[in-house]
Design a protein around this ligand. Sequence first.
Ligand code: F6P
Length: 353
Amino acid sequence: MRIGILTGGGDCPGLNAVIRAVAKSLLRQCGAQVIGIEDGFVGLMADTPRVRELTWESVSGILMRGGTILGTSNRANPLCSEADTDRVLAHARTLGLQALVVIGGDGSMAIAHGLAQRGLAIVGVPKTIDNDIVGCERSFGFDTAVATVTEAIERLQTTAQSHSRVMIVETMGRYAGWIALEAGLAGAADVILLPEIDFDLDAVAAVCRARERRQRYTIICIGEGAKPRGGERTVQQRIADSPEPIRLGGVAHVLREQLQPRLDSEVRATVLGHVQRGGSPTPFDRVLATQFGNEAAQLIMQGQYNRMVTLHGGRLGHVALADVVHGTRMVPRDHPLLRAARQIGVSLGDTLA
Ligand code: F6P
């Protein structure tokens, strides 16, 4: 049996842990040959496929390493042209791949689903620091991102206190506010602004003004997809040939410009950016990624294709790819963490306190 494996989309702590677990499970349980594809779908779209065999030795010692040993790309979509789709399918046939493990986010799962409909046997593994894949309550990489952002907020706390400033910290997460919400709570932010809840500038300014009089500093944690009521999201870049062409970013600077004239204290903005995606996975993510990789290998050995590994109700499972490719898993308005945040006096920026 020959099984291909690739990592697609933006990188994420824990990718190597999945690669290791898939390869070791297949090598040990059924002696399969595991073929690593380089740079995501790009490696199968090239004239000559870019692949390398993954041996026990080559996947040993990578559990805690950030990034992906295979390389990745979020600018390649083989479904955009018939010629590219055909080339990917032809390479998979020539390489003798019985199935392909696709470790990726919603963009990669949509591509995987398209290829599955054209006859390629796929097993998907959900990957994103954003934690926004439909059907999966926790993706690996999220815990690491939350830990990184929490540490950053803690550092901003002391400098904000020292200078009596308003500090705005912007997190990744696209259209979902999971990172901002959990890291904002863990880092004791005073205001948490999410893409799911449009904020009211007056309400945010009122919190800062009240704190100017008492605590003298404020920490605002804002997800990159957040927007003011009646306003637009802040787009940083458009990348035409990407499965996800809109890149958000910069809302912290926009908010700083809007808040500064309303306040006495200085306002500063910090955009954390890609530090949230880099580095070694937390122990939680190493374990989750190992479980996901092992589960993907089990699905392959059972011949259960065109499914994505999931975590649901704290248990591993799997869902049809067709069920996960549409939509984004956002923070629901009745999520218990939102209620808890309000009850402990954290402003979500939508109501005047
Ligand atoms: O989906 C993961 C993510 O890190 C988002 O949170 C972020 O908006 C985006 O990727 C950034 O993508 P890029 O690395 O292409 O700038």
